[in-house]
Write a protein of this length. Structure first.
Length: 281
């Protein structure tokens, strides 16, 4: 692969797949394995979660997580391969009566819809340009700095806005994703020129501060509110917080264009989910 992969753009190294009239689900995972040089494929969660990998693909759904409603929506669109970023099953609750009931119901629904599910997490968490960090930063609309492929974080160049103004700019962008609140911690009048942006459950605050930034845009699942707040207040580091799903939806939306380029004979479409949580006023 080109050295340019160490930065944020995908080069022409990835050759487009010729349409053959049909494609098996296994070919999609194989493609991720071919491009994901940053993934430890001996210890990765990127794998098939349900269904037969030899299934002929009629269409691909991309989504942040395959809720039952998202599965039904994909099926109604004629899509039978669901590429999810997060796990399809609430495995933390596996072994409880309600957890096992949820998993059983989902597997039955997937079988009824003849839906195959593959997870693309480790690949997309560092994928240049189309992946989670780069797509999220691009979605925010600020000028960005190049991201080394080994990093999970982007730096946005904010045009000397206050922390409050930066929060409002982020909120304006994330409302269409379902996020109606951006949490703010710190001096709202403080000027922000460089903003460290993280995604998902990997917004490690000390690593983001070490990028030499004025403020951090983190996620709720990427930090503990109590120790993160203590760290930030004592060090005087301003923090903005959005939901886990909010920061990763743009990457799964961008995957549609990527898959349509790689597999032009198979339609791909983004399927939204009813996250993040909403506030009640």
């Amino acid at each position: 692969m080109s050295d340019n992969l160490c930065h944020c753009r995908v080069t022409a190294t990835f050759e487009l797949k010729e349409s053959e009239g049909y494609m098996k689900a296994a070919e999609v995972l194989h493609h991720f394995q071919q491009i994901g040089s940053w993934v430890n494929w001996n210890n990765s969660c990127d794998r098939f979660l349900h269904g037969d990998p030899q299934t002929e693909v009629a269409g691909i759904a991309t989504g942040w997580i395959p809720t039952n409603e998202a599965i039904k929506s994909a099926h109604a669109k004629g899509l039978n391969l669901f590429v999810t970023h997060e796990d399809a099953f609430a495995r933390r609750y596996e072994g409880t009566r309600s957890g096992d009931e949820m998993i059983h119901q989902k597997k039955r629904l997937l079988d009824e819809c003849a839906m195959v599910v593959v997870r693309c997490h480790d690949t997309w968490d560092r994928m240049p340009e189309y992946g989670i960090p780069d797509a999220w930063a691009a979605y925010l609309g600020f000028e960005t700095e190049d991201r080394p492929v080994e990093s999970f974080y982007k730096v946005c160049r904010v045009p000397s806005l206050s922390l409050a103004e930066t929060a409002r700019a982020v909120l304006k962008k994330v409302r269409p994703l379902g996020q109606d609140t951006v949490l703010v911690l710190g001096d709202e009048s403080r000027k922000v020129n460089r903003l460290a942006v993280g995604t998902g459950a990997i917004t490690h605050l000390p690593t983001m501060r070490d990028l030499g930034v004025d403020a951090i845009l983190a996620t709720d699942d990427g930090m503990n509110s109590w120790d993160g707040a203590l760290w930030a207040l004592d060090l005087g580091v301003p923090i903005l917080v959005v939901n886990h799903a909010t920061a990763e939806k743009p990457g799964m939306q961008a995957m549609v264009d990527y898959l349509n380029r790689q597999f032009p004979g198979v339609p791909a479409e983004y399927v939204d989910v009813a996250l993040p949580f909403r506030s009640v006023h």
